[in-house]
Design a protein around this ligand. Structure first.
Ligand code: ASP
Length: 325
């Protein structure tokens, strides 16, 4: 009996020692941040800014790995199934809250399959069109779309993407049904928009700001309640008659369920440093985004926000009757 008890103590002591040396040493190699959409797009842009800033406090490089898919549903599944050792994390946006209502069979549960790290930023969206579209303002754009219903197309990043959500809300407010063209991210969608293959899209300012400023695309409104400081001349959709229309895209970091607490604590601390970094705040502000204050870059704030967003969007999506398998 005595031997069994002391063996148990020895095993516990060993596990504790292994745990505390893990805590002291983590991370000893690169951390991979998986991005659910194509390189060069808005989620990728946010990932690269935050990954670089987190690398400093972690003392290791945070490598951005794109696992693009329409709707962004592959990367969360990969991270869910990754080894929970702190070396694989996920960046995702509002899609974590909208996909449960959009997909009949989703191979991950945002509320139970992940550990939370924290919120990163909030990004408004913009309605943009290719430069051949003659409309000069949002009302003219709507008339143009109605008059050319069978010719125009809306680009998005698949069911579950922010661009899908915005387009769905836009079309249901306008009571217009248009052809949608899905991509594995809005970077390739933007290429086709610039090339004139698709007519219009709604996408985060983190992807559209430079194209708007250089006049390569036409802009018809922002989806935030207030105008965006970096695009002061662009009116909101609310100002232009779409009462109550508001979509804000938030980004956050997750780890696989079971990631050890010492690793999570270090990841949270690194995210805290990143959101406090003035270079990060400036880069995001230049792209129209608002960096979360440190008190929201926490697991508890992310968990509460995710739950609230699932509750908010679920009924609206169900009402729209959009589903994917
Ligand atoms: N902005 C995209 C979306 O519509 C995704 C991306 O390419 O980052 O969700």
């Amino acid at each position: 009996m005595k031997t069994v008890v002391s063996l148990r103590w020895a095993a516990l002591a060993l596990a504790f020692a292994a745990g505390s040396s893990f805590a002291q040493q983590y991370p000893t190699r690169n951390v991979t941040m998986m991005v659910p959409y194509a390189a060069g797009g808005p989620t990728d842009t946010v990932a690269r800014v935050v990954a670089q800033a987190m690398g400093k406090p972690l003392g290791q490089t945070v490598v951005v790995e794109n696992r693009p898919s329409a709707g962004g549903i592959i990367a969360p599944e990969l991270v869910k199934n990754a080894k929970p050792d702190g070396y694989t994390i996920l960046i995702h946006h509002i899609g974590m809250a909208t996909t449960p209502a959009l997909y009949r069979k989703l191979r991950y549960n945002p509320l139970t399959d992940f550990e939370y790290i924290g919120l990163i930023n909030d990004v408004p969206m913009t309605v943009i069109a290719n430069e051949k579209v003659p409309a000069k303002n949002f009302q003219e754009l709507v008339s143009y779309l109605r008059a050319n219903k069978d010719k125009v197309s809306y680009a998005n990043a698949g069911i579950g993407a922010a661009s899908h959500l915005c387009g769905m809300l836009l079309m249901s407010s306008l009571q217009l049904e248009l052809l949608t063209v899905p991509y594995k991210g809005t970077a390739p969608a933007m290429n086709d928009l610039l090339g004139g293959q698709v007519t219009f899209m709604c996408d985060q300012t983190t992807n559209t700001t430079s194209q708007i400023k250089s006049g390569k695309v036409k802009v018809y409104g922002v989806t935030s309640k207030q105008r965006v400081p970096s695009l002061p001349d662009v009116p909101t959709l609310q100002e232009q008659g779409l009462k109550d229309f508001e979509v804000g895209i938030w980004h956050a970091l997750y780890a696989p369920k079971g990631t050890p607490k010492p690793a999570l604590d270090k990841l949270v601390a690194a995210l805290q440093e990143a959101v406090k970094d003035q270079a990060v705040q400036k880069r995001f502000a230049d792209l129209g985004a608002t960096t979360m204050p440190p008190e929201r870059a926490t697991p508890a704030a992310l968990q509460a926000h995710l739950k609230a967003e699932i509750v908010k969007w679920g009924p609206l999506i169900k009402k729209a009757g959009v589903y994917a398998d």
